[in-house]
Design a protein around this ligand. Structure first.
Ligand code: GDP
Length: 532
């Protein structure tokens, strides 16, 4: 039988500020219930008074995340934000990810800043496309995942069916930690397999101890199907892998919980699981060495830039994931890319609705650093020696467009604005070697809308986008510098530089890209690049 660690870190070491941190994201397909679950998690932490304040739908109260007209008009959450709350002995940093696929790059970058994930699945739908994609990103980074099967109060698929689908489509083992007692209108609660206790739908906070699945209580809760249910539970206990902490931490196994975010049911089990199993801040890979959370010197990397969080202040916030040490307000860090000191005078924490000056932050925490364009995505800030964290990736965009300026006199201003938008990760920017107008790259068309809107409102630059003769692009590298130089020289009109000056080859089609690849041995064409 499974043994459940009950201490915060599943270890006996005395807790430290870092070991109390749980920094995580929720991954799901739109509509599975991520927002509802977020609200309920925040309620546990006392971070918000009222459920329903995370995502104000149209016509309802606006929240700080509704910062842009485009977001309001489309009713989608464009930005990624972070919410901090305390519960039990832990400090949780929940990183929100945009629901819309067009902003997936933002989501991928956010996932570089978390230590674990909660996967929310709609009990009637099972694994959907976006869940699968996001899970793959988690797998690339070995991010451990807890599964929450939501909407059990509605018609749901058979539990074994759902577990089977998770195992088969995601190639991960599952361990049901609880088992649903009925579903839809008959949903009565969950049975905690290891603790042999029942949580009832209407009394989530008072579990009832029982003597296993045979207990008479189940006849009461399931007047029609207790016998069948008992058979199911026996099968689940006998047939499923027991929970194994190492396997979960390595990303090979996901513990599964069932519930209803809407009814605030099962959320307590989930949060308790995060306290008990989810990893504290992980060691981060930097060039040359790995930085552990308990190192004395503060270090961190920027994974997200957000502008205009407060339309009245036109501010720009860089989100820094603290990786080691202690960040204190007023300290002088160093921006490794430029070598310049960077005083941290107003680092901020974010809550559901508010932000607050962060006097101290520890590994695992996310702090917002207001700046006027000094910080870029991928930047490392450090207190000690120069380190450069790896792994905030850039993906080759799926659409390329030329930016057409309506007023040619403003070309210089446009260049500066595009540079800034590129550094914020709104779009990717490519400057062609032949001096032709800049090319922007995006994953989805909505990013272009955001760019257009921001250029108009912040820089008074009305622009349009022209189709571009190029459809795909790849970063190129080579072990042989001469080879690289001559490739660049030979392909002058198809070459561009990205923000960091890295060479990018542009092709008119996937076919012509393949053709060039075959004709250029020794040149590596890559569709993913780590920020410098
Ligand atoms: P998101 O797109 O993943 O953020 O999903 P939302 O949290 O906005 O939920 C989508 C819809 O499903 C909303 O209408 C919710 O009220 C509803 N919903 C969320 N969780 C549950 C649940 O546990 N049970 C039921 N019946 N509906 C739910």
């Amino acid at each position: 039988m499974t043994t459940i660690p009950t201490t915060a870190q599943a270890s006996t070491a005395a807790p430290t500020p870092a070991s109390r941190r749980r920094t995580f994201a929720i991954i799901s397909h739109p509509d599975a219930g991520k927002t509802t679950l977020t609200e309920k998690l925040l309620l546990f932490g006392g971070a918000i008074q009222l459920a329903g304040e995370v995502k104000a739908k149209q016509g309802r109260r606006q929240t700080s995340s509704d910062w842009m007209a485009i977001e309001r008009s489309r009713g989608i959450s464009v930005v990624t934000s972070v919410m901090t709350f305390e519960y039990g002995d832990c400090v949780f940093n929940l990183l929100d990810t945009p629901g819309h696929e067009d902003f997936s790059e933002d989501t991928y970058r956010t996932l570089t800043a978390v230590d674990s994930a909660v996967m929310v699945i709609d009990a009637a739908k099972g694994i959907e496309a976006r869940t699968r994609k996001l899970f793959e990103v988690c797998r690339l980074r070995d991010i451990p995942t807890v599964t929450f099967i939501n909407k059990m109060d509605r018609e749901a698929r058979d539990p074994f069916d759902l577990l089977d689908e998770i195992e088969k489509t995601l190639a991960i083992d599952t361990t049901p930690m609880t088992w649903p007692i009925g579903s839809g209108r008959d949903f009565a609660g969950t049975y905690d397999i290891a603790r042999s206790q029942v949580r009832r739908l209407d009394r989530d906070d008072e579990p009832t101890k029982v003597n296993g699945p045979e207990a008479g209580l189940f006849d009461e809760l399931l007047p029609k199907g207790a016998g069948e249910w008992r058979d199911q539970v026996e099968l689940a206990i006998g047939g499923c892998k027991p929970f194994d902490l190492t396997s979960y931490r390595e990303g090979h196994l996901t513990p599964v919980f069932w519930g209803s975010a809407l009814r605030n049911f099962g959320v307590r089990d989930l949060i308790d699981a995060l306290i008990a199993f989810a990893p504290p801040p992980r060691a981060q890979v930097a060039e040359g060495r790995t930085v552990t959370a308990d190192e004395k010197n503060m270090s961190g990397f920027v994974f997200k830039i957000q502008a205009n969080m407060d339309p009245n202040h036109r501010d720009r916030i860089a989100f820094l994931r603290v990786c080691s040490g202690k960040l204190t307000r007023g300290m002088k860090a160093r921006l490794v890319r430029t070598g310049k000191p960077m005083p941290l005078n107003a680092p901020q924490f974010f809550f559901a609705k508010d932000r607050q000056l962060a006097e101290e932050a520890y590994a695992g925490d996310i702090v917002g650093i207001p700046n006027h364009g000094t910080l870029r995505i991928g930047d490392t800030l450090t207190e000690g020696e120069d380190i450069v964290f790896k792994g905030v990736p850039s993906f080759a965009p799926e659409q390329l467009r030329r930016v057409k300026l309506k007023d040619a006199m403003k070309a210089k201003k446009l260049r500066e604005a595009l540079q800034q938008m590129g550094e914020e990760g709104v779009v990717q920017l490519f400057v062609p070697n032949d001096g032709s107008p800049a090319i922007v790259g995006v994953v989805g068309a909505l990013q272009l809308d955001v760019l257009k809107e921001r250029l108009a409102s912040e820089y008074s630059l009305p622009v349009d986008f022209d189709p571009c003769q190029f459809q795909v692009c790849r970063w190129i590298t080579s072990a042989d510098e001469q080879k690289l130089d001559s490739f660049i020289a030979d392909h002058g009109s198809s070459m561009a530089r990205d923000l960091d000056g890295a060479p990018v080859y542009m092709a008119s089609s996937a076919f012509s890209l393949r053709y060039e690849e075959e004709r250029a041995p020794g040149i590596v064409f890559s569709d993913i690049k780590d920020y410098q």
